[in-house]
Design a protein around this ligand. Structure first.
Ligand code: NI
Length: 172
């Protein structure tokens, strides 16, 4: 497993729409393993493949927040098939937008259909942090960032800050 460099705002690759996984090959298994390694190293609770520059519909998540009791999850081609009417607000962050956090409102619970690393189709009912996280990561697969859910004023401020930092050749 290899820790890979993260793609950071304003890198335009973050706006790509990722391609379906197709057959679960050794390349995909290696990608998922590298994503988990990169996510734990950061550390973060979720990662989409495009965040290491690979435009494929692969998501890794571990919401356990406990180094000694890890619960790594890998979702291939995840899609939301149901979401609750009730909403939940969570203070979100993103490894591609370092050290910026803001409250985002999303459906409280979702049902997600995906394939596992054996290629089998699975469904999961997610609530709490897992629900927020999986919605955030599926957004990445569609070129959407959590700042897109904020007011234009807030989003412009973040974009400007990261564009300036990139120009100076440093993190924001
Ligand atoms: Ni993110």
């Amino acid at each position: 497993m290899t820790v890979r460099p993260l793609v950071i705002l304003p890198d335009t690759r973050l706006r790509l729409i990722s391609e379906p996984v197709g057959a679960v090959t050794d390349e995909i298994r290696k990608l998922a393993a590298d994503m988990l390694e990169t996510m734990y190293d950061a550390p973060g609770v979720g990662l989409a493949a495009i965040q290491i520059g690979v435009p494929r519909r692969v998501v890794t998540i571990d919401t356990s927040k406990d180094e000694n009791a890890r619960e790594p999850r890998v979702f291939l081609d995840p899609e939301i098939v149901w979401s609750s009417e009730e909403k939940r607000v969570y203070d979100e962050g993103c490894l591609s937008i370092p050290e910026y956090y803001a409250e985002v409102e999303r459906p409280d619970r979702v049902r997600v259909r995906y394939r596992d690393l054996t290629g089998a189709t699975q469904e999961i009912d997610a609530d709490g942090l897992l629900s927020t996280c999986i919605q955030h990561e599926i957004d990445h697969l569609n070129g959407v960032l959590f700042i897109d859910h904020l007011s234009k004023l807030k989003r412009d401020r973040v974009n400007k800050k990261f564009a300036k930092a990139a120009k100076r050749g440093e993190a924001a």
